[in-house]
Design a protein around this ligand. Structure first.
Ligand code: PLP
Length: 404
């Protein structure tokens, strides 16, 4: 093996085959451009799956990371640290949160949220009040608890027995939610926009009904904003767009701009249920991660950055509409801010990955959300010129697939 520049074949020799990465290996990124080992350049509309909210190697994030790297890397939660305290304070100032728990990934933040719902209900009403409601099509992480809460059968296959007390209802269906609710429910977890499930925004009335039902049955309303959070929706958090305030919110992905960090937000009263010793994480609140996230939040919470998300949404939507006018491959283009889904027409069902592969060949990185939806989740500050170039390349990719 060439240890300086290992090639893709090494993956198959030494890595567990749970991923199937593309053949090229990216080695450098700046802003919304990425270069591979052969120095071929790509425009990045994938953003590391909605993570690189400020593009690659944003100078202020690099500086924050370097500064903290020279100061203090890790302590554990036997001690607190300045970056974690600063970040928690920022989050409380900018959102409904009064208390914050730090984790390292979206799945871990959701694990904490679900455990909090159980523990909170147990404190107040005892063990019978333990049921968790979730929605079909949702995605909440890959731990056994979160994958079971997720509404996609394929991810739990072969991993049973699964944790019990979790049931699913159709997304955006108020009547089904009402029918499923009872006083045994301790929490309802929902994505304001289902990301992995096809970039499907919730109806405002649906989230309002969820709020009402949670209040009526004394259950926690948990918004999974792992994908929608930190500006991606065009507001700092998507709940702000809907005007529906959850009891618990999970945030990850964009929060670290590429550095692993996550948080669970809640109120002071509810947080009391996670008393000393009930939950924890060695790395959660790590100084390096919190120093970077603090800078990310500082930048993204600026009104100009959030407004930019909405104008970029329009530019991309127009680009996709133009591609569609020529090739007629999308039935719908939807999403919020810079989380955009383009649903393929029936003729192209099951072929989303073909478009993704062709796009890569043409020099633009995109995502899929299931077999029928192309998904874009670029940097929130992607330059206009990069969007324009990406649309040209995407059109070439689409033309190739359509002609094949
Ligand atoms: N929740 C949502 C809505 C997600 O989109 C994801 C990841 O795609 C997760 C949770 C899991 O996050 P992680 O992969 O960081 O554990």
């Amino acid at each position: 093996m060439n240890t300086t520049h290992p090639d893709r074949s090494v993956f198959d020799q030494v890595m567990v085959p749970n991923y199937a990465p593309v053949q090229v290996i990216p080695v450098k990124g700046r802003g919304s451009r990425v270069w591979d080992q052969q120095d071929k350049e790509y425009v990045d509309l994938a953003g590391g799956i909605a993570v690189n909210a400020l593009g690659h190697c944003h100078p202020e994030l690099v500086a924050a990371l370097k500064e903290q790297a020279d100061q203090l890397w890790h302590l554990s939660n036997v001690y607190t640290n300045e970056p974690a305290l600063r970040l928690a304070q920022q989050i409380c100032d900018l959102t409904f949160a009064e208390r914050v728990f730090f984790a390292n990934s979206g799945g871990e933040a959701n694990e904490a949220a679900l455990k909090l719902a159980r523990r909170h209900a147990w404190n107040k009403a005892g063990e019978a009040k333990h049921e968790i409601l979730s929605t079909y099509g949702s995605f909440h992480g890959r731990t056994l608890f979160t994958v079971t809460a997720g509404g996609q059968e394929k991810y739990t296959e072969g991993f049973r027995p699964a944790p019990g007390g979790i049931s699913h209802v159709p997304y955006n269906d108020i009547a089904a939610l009402e029918a499923a609710f009872s006083d045994k429910v301790c929490g309802f977890i929902v994505e304001p926009v289902q990301g992995e499930g096809g970039v499907r925004p919730a109806d405002k009335e649906y989230l309002e009904a969820a709020r009402r039902l949670c209040d009526k049955h004394d259950a926690l309303l948990i918004f999974d904003e792992v994908q929608t959070g930190v500006g991606r929706s065009g507001k700092l958090y998507s709940y702000m767009t809907y005007g529906v305030v959850p009891d618990v919110l999970t945030t990850a992905k964009s929060l670290g701009g590429g550095f692993p960090v996550a948080a669970m937000l809640t109120t002071a009263k509810i947080a009391e249920s996670l008393a000393f010793g009930t939950h924890g994480s060695t790395y959660g609140g790590n100084p390096l991660a919190c120093a970077v996230a603090s800078k990310v939040l500082e930048i993204i919470s600026q009104p100009a950055v959030l407004e930019g998300v909405n104008s970029r949404h329009e530019q991309i939507r127009q680009g996709l509409d133009a591609i569609n006018a020529r090739h007629n491959i999308f039935t719908e283009i939807r999403g919020q801010g810079l989380l955009i889904g383009a649903e393929l027409t029936e003729a192209w069902h099951g072929k989303a990955k073909d478009f993704m592969a062709a796009a890569m060949e043409e020099g633009v990185m995109i995502l899929v959300a299931g077999p029928n939806v192309l998904r874009l989740a670029p940097s929130l500050i992607i330059p206009d010129a990069d969007i324009a170039e990406a649309m040209l390349r995407l059109e070439r990719a689409v033309a190739k697939v359509v002609a094949a």
